[in-house]
Design a binder for this molecule. Sequence first.
Ligand SMILES: [Mg+2]
Length: 293
Amino acid sequence: MEPADDQPASITPSRLSTIRRRKSADNKFGTCAPGGQCELHFEAAIFDLDGVITKTAAVHSMAWKRMFDDYLQIRAARHHEPFNEFAHAPDYLAYVDGRPRYDGVEAFLKSRGIKLPLGTPEDLPGRETVCGLGNRKNAIFNQIIEREGVGLFDSTIALIREMLQRGIKVGLATSSNNSEAILNKTGTAPLFATIVDGNVSENLGLKGKPEPDIFTTASANLGVPCARAIVVEDAVSGVQAGAKGGFGLVIGIARENNARELRANGADLVVHDLAETSLEQINRLVQARRASV
Ligand SMILES: [Mg+2]
């Protein structure tokens, strides 16, 4: 995998390369025990689920496409219009990725000039309402993961385990309503001291990404001020939420070759995979960012 071409937005490239050269313990960027670990400058880390921990972002994208293409074909036949398919970059990444399910349906339909009744979460999958279409997408998603399972990003799991060993509190914040099933399926639930997902959001009336509510709620649940916590996200709407929430650092994972968009929308550090960085580097970036604010 090629190294990310992006640099942290608030840190100059030359400063970053200096920080990278000092990857080994260095008292200039933190209080370090001789030959040992540096003092940590953040107390909590909040991770997104799909595309950060689990390889489910592609499954979501596939399920959205199948649902919307079916619906758009029905509409095209009904109105004698050309069928214009649901595409990955201009549609999925722009309107759906990371957002709560029904918000994603509404945002994409609006982009095509389509207005449907909201309906209710109890609407049968495929009913011609925002909720009905969202429920159909969810049914397709569940069919796929039931059949094919859920993969994990090993680099993310390794970083989370290292953080936990160093005493950092770890939380999960996701728009997904399927997080419980996915965490149980992958055995990752015990890693997280708090989980703020789509169901919690509905119960508490939290706004979805790009608003920061789910991240700030997770941070509050961990008893850590947002400025002392970091956010790890792969969606543009997610890094926007992290930036709005005033977190100590926002890490964007550019799984979609979208490093520039992530950086432009609030990511301080952009990587293609967390294997490209380290806890020590993240710690130094948190400290450097705080000093630059
Ligand atoms: Mg995601």
